[in-house]
Design a protein around this ligand. Sequence first.
Ligand code: WT7
Length: 656
Amino acid sequence: MSEATEVRVYEPSAELVRNAAVSGMDAYKALCAEAERDYEGYWARLAREHVTWQTPFTRTLNEDNRPFFKWFEDGKLNVSYNCLDRNIQAGLGDKTAIIFEADDGTVTRVTYSELLVRVSRLANALRAKGVKKGDRVVIYLPMSIEGIVAMQACARIGATHSVVFGGFSAQSLRDRISDAGAVMLITSDEQCRGGKNIPLKPIVDEAFGMGGCESCKTVIVYKRTGGACNMVEGRDVWLHDVLQGQADTCEPEWVEAEHPLFLLYTSGSTGKPKGVQHSSGGYLLHAILTMKWTFDIKPTDVFWCTADIGWVTGHTYITYGPLACGSTEIVFEGVPTYPDAGRFWKMIQDHKVSVFYTAPTAIRSLIKAADANEAVHPKSYDLSSLRILGSVGEPINPAAWEWYYQNVGGSRCPIVDTFWQTETGGHMITPLPGATPMIPGSCTLPFPGIQAAIVDETGNDVPWGQGGILVVKKPWPSMIRTIYGDPDRFVKSYYPADFQGRYYLAGDGAIRDAKTGYFTITGRIDDVLNVSGHRMGTMEIESALVAHPLVAEAAVVGRPDDLTGEAICAFVVLKRSRPTGDEAKQIANELRNWVGKEIGPIAKPKDLRFGDNLPKTRSGKIMRRLLRSIAKGEQITQDTSTLENPAILDQLAQTL
Ligand code: WT7
């Protein structure tokens, strides 16, 4: 893929600027200035204007127990009420909330009124099963209306959901149920992807079989396909059965703004995934604001975020943001390449999608497919309904940006390259489509009110043009509140002593353009990889590898990959001698599948190599820097004099 060399600036069209919620750079700057002048007043104003409160808040920000910040703490609200009831009261009851397209192309539409009934009935069923405010409910469902209904039903009764991505293994599911002490699990018999039915319920049974799920007394099963499904007496119940006889209305549980809306597990630098805890009030505010400002969402828009509800993007930009704004959104069950790689373009055409939000990995793979087959090229479809495009999850390389802009957006639609994280709840650094001039490869400027900055190891600002560590200097409403059950880890991970606990540490490196001040994210500065926009800890994969009976030691690093952004490269030392030839290939395969079973298919190393040892310093520290160079296929020019065993570098340089 050739990268553009000259820097081109793309201005939003005059028409877009005219009609945008944040219209022009002066409007953007005015919002930033307002936040600068009166930080709390700014957020309080927005929280009053955009969120419906049952009890208004009087205190905006409580910093007494920093970094455990509280926002709008004496206010009460219900997130599901904000997403459903208030839209219906505003006259949107008959508006389509969700257009669901199944893997096989079947389309189902649900209006706001219908959605409220479905959410209310399930919420009543959860209450009938004893789920109370503050209880944790794990949701392990494919992309479906039911998945969104399940999340909203939890929100309605004040239960805290923890969605586990349907691609995660039994072990990962078990760990998450156990860590959260969940009282209930909602799953389905199977899921449909790419024309295949993939069993889901057996994975649940396997997870329970591992022990540690004793807190979880009920498993509700949504019958998606009707395939064979084992039901455990006294524990498992069909969704359609628990809904029988439930009332169509459900009084929302009014919760404090700080009440935990959800936990979402994500990878960090150590082996164990962390349960990122989000609030209700502050989180909802940012979901709404970013829908309105970053996506400039209008009543006539059809919004489509292609993420899965198993990731934070699916939480904020499928389950909560679009519904809270009363928009019509697409929910897609399938994969971008089935029945062919024109699926996304066909769906945009069929449903007249106007705001489209996807990941660079998807774009890169669809570029490849379109190059090979004109029939699946975007130009073979009518994409004239599009007005705004978005990108998320990893840096978008300028070549992919240009292709997306020209071929999907018809050189007419701004691309919002949104930088954010599971922990931030919503967009942090992003262009606003009717204001910010865009430069491919840069996520441009902070969302109004977000105090993003780049500092050195001691926390001092670095000048523009110089790379450093990305931090956020002030707390913001949708930020992570804690790591569930591990507040110390929350403090250590995000408010480290390096900066005297003053700043939120994002974990990414970044640089600001010397002239424009635009931000470019340069990648993680910790041991976290980003593969196809999925976040994975190297230690997590290493732990999975060494759990295999053959493995003595393993080190995992990332290397750049044209398609997936980063690829996982594992260096493995076996307890027996180093295998070669076919045997090496066969063991490598076995280990790859093992990791797939331990964590999930997305964690399978692309590249796996064997050595008699790993490169270590005399004190026994693995030299990851060297491994990264080897993984990239670089000549080792670094100083290897501290290395105890230089000969193994040649071994590890050999691919299988
Ligand atoms: C990490 C967060 C944000 C929701 C999906 C991923 C990387 C995310 C961008 C972007 C460059 C990006 C960062 C970040 N990242 N968006 N627009 N440009 N990098 O959420 O799994 O919590 O991962 O994804 O490295 O820290 P996540």
